[in-house]
Design a protein around this ligand. Structure first.
Ligand code: NAD
Length: 481
């Protein structure tokens, strides 16, 4: 059994406490590795090494930093298949998805910020009375990056890359459920020539390692992606210390389907937005709002296509859904199906745990599930499930669709399907969400702001927003003599 190590000051070292946690392969239900459960002593070491590295890293040229980030991207790309296998083993997601989405996007994140940091501009303002204001942006120092299990390297690198590109040193923690690609990232950093201490990767639970990061007085900012409850806990610790906070939290995204949409394109995309990555993407559309006129047509076609999806061994090319992340999470998702039935819902497809033969017989697999007949305000339609479960809700007017869409505490993403651009834009304008897709889903330009409203988060990632978050502006006002 492999034992993982922390990556601190450019070296792989064991946790000081000697404590480890089991790492499970969700597709088999078997433990395949041990990962450190680090504590504040390990975080102190990581912060110390990051602090020592900051002077040099923040002062080398942007070009130098950019070159090293490109080397990291190249290093991951050269081991694409290997990293995809690690990611699929840790998460239970189809290998094909890890190969086509997760790892390529991690490569792109490093490349994008390597280049974008070179183009990042600061303002200078002439006041008309002989004064010039020059705004300079300085890196913050040591920052903490904490990421979840659903898109492990993809989301870890989405934070680390802009933090490093703008001259900060990082103490990062991946999810304890999916530590492997972050562990291997240490090797890539060594090969890429990233100076020691610039990036430190410390493994462990949220309770021990995560809280040691958020409470550390020398860590100037926390960039966090995960659940809304965890976001609240982190805020309670970090806010009184006046740390900068970027919180990317949960969602309950509406997918609004008008009768005048391109039905076939919508249907194909809705299958993806419902069940990609077993529905474990914060951007999945979990509440499908369908205009009355096509409700039956949509329901029947959607159920048929969903029933045809293959849930199987993540290593098989035919598998469209793999395993859920853990036994506990599978049980939680099944509890929501039971709740939906209690709330008066009808299960139209799926609804059950499913078994896969051979090596996957003890894995955490579940059928893709569709439920209708629920009120928009019931718990099933208000709480994040984060699994392969969607609900169908009919609506008759634009106003009703907007009201239902906005009726949850969340505001991360929304999708609108309509052949009428005026209507689609009018509705998009009224939806409380950080991102609204019209006639598409998951189309991302990394320059755009990314994040949620309401309980889906605070702040934005992506493009200039991320570089602004990881820097502090200083205005230098000079009067011409
Ligand atoms: P989680 O909140 O349980 O854990 C996320 C990370 O926080 C993990 O690394 C965990 O160890 C750490 N953590 C837990 N408790 C902590 C604490 N007290 N202090 C510091 N760190 C702590 O979330 P999860 O189950 O890993 O991920 C699923 C959630 O993430 C879902 O709610 C999903 O919607 C959300 N998510 C949001 C986005 C987004 O961009 N908005 C993207 C992906 C996932």
């Amino acid at each position: 059994m492999e034992t993982l190590a922390n990556y601190i000051n450019g070296e792989f070292i064991p946790p000081k406490s000697g404590n480890y946690m089991d790492v499970y392969e969700p597709a088999t239900g078997q433990v395949y590795a041990k990962t450190p459960d680090s504590n504040s002593a390990d975080i102190d070491d990581a912060v110390q090494s990051a602090t020592a590295a900051f002077e040099t890293w923040s002062n080398i040229s942007r070009n130098e930093r950019s070159k090293i980030l490109h080397e990291i991207a190249n290093g991951i790309e050269s081991r694409m298949d290997e990293f995809a296998e690690y990611e699929s083993r840790d998460t239970g997601k189809p290998l094909e998805l890890a190969k086509s989405v997760d790892i390529p996007r991690a490569v792109t994140n490093f490349r994008f910020f390597a280049d974008h940091a070179l183009e990042f501009e600061t303002e200078s303002i002439l006041d008309g009375n002989g004064s010039i204001n020059k705004v300079v942006r300085k890196p913050l120092g040591v920052v903490g990056c904490i990421s979840p299990w659903n898109l492990p390297l993809y989301l870890f690198s989405w934070k680390i890359a802009p933090a490093l590109a703008s001259g900060n040193c990082v103490v990062g923690k991946p999810s304890e459920l999916t530590p492997y690609t972050a562990f291997k990232l240490g090797e890539i950093c060594q090969e890429a020539g990233l100076p020691k201490g610039v990036l430190n990767i410390v493994h462990g639970s949220g309770q021990n390692t995560g809280s040691a990061i958020t409470s550390h007085p020398e860590i100037k900012a926390i960039s966090f992606t995960g659940g809304t409850k965890t976001g609240e806990t982190i805020s309670r610790t970090a806010a009184p210390q006046f740390k900068k906070l970027s919180l990317e939290l949960g969602g309950k995204n509406p997918n609004i389907i008008f009768a005048d949409c391109d039905f076939d394109t919508m249907l194909t995309s809705t299958i993806k937005s419902s069940f990609s990555n077993q529905g474990e993407i914060c951007l999945c559309g979990s509440r499908i709002l369908v205009e009355d006129a096509i409700y039956e047509k949509f329901r029947d076609a959607f159920v048929e296509k969903t029933n045809a999806l293959i849930v199987g061994d993540p290593n098989d090319d035919t598998s469209k859904l793999g395993a859920l992340i853990s036994k506990e999470h599978l049980e939680k998702v099944l509890t929501y199906v039971a709740l939906a039935k209690e709330e008066g819902g009808t299960v139209l497809a799926g609804g059950k745990k499913t078994s896969i033969n051979d090596r996957c017989e003890n894995g955490y697999f579940m059928e893709p599930t569709i439920i209708d007949g629920l009120s928009a305000d019931c718990r099933t339609n208000q709480e994040e499930i984060f699994g392969p479960v969607v609900t169908l809700i009919p609506f008759s007017t634009e106003a009703e669709a907007v009201a239902i869409a906005n009726s949850t505490d969340y505001g991360l993403a929304a999708t609108i399907w309509s052949g009428n651009p005026d209507k689609a834009n009018r509705v998009a304008d009224q939806i409380d969400a950080g991102i609204v897709w019209i006639n598409c889903w998951m189309v991302r330009d990394l320059r755009t702001p990314f994040g949620g409203m309401k309980s889906s988060g605070v702040g934005r990632e992506g493009g200039d927003e991320a570089l602004r978050f990881f820097t502090e502006p200083k205005n230098i006002c000079m009067r011409e003599v």
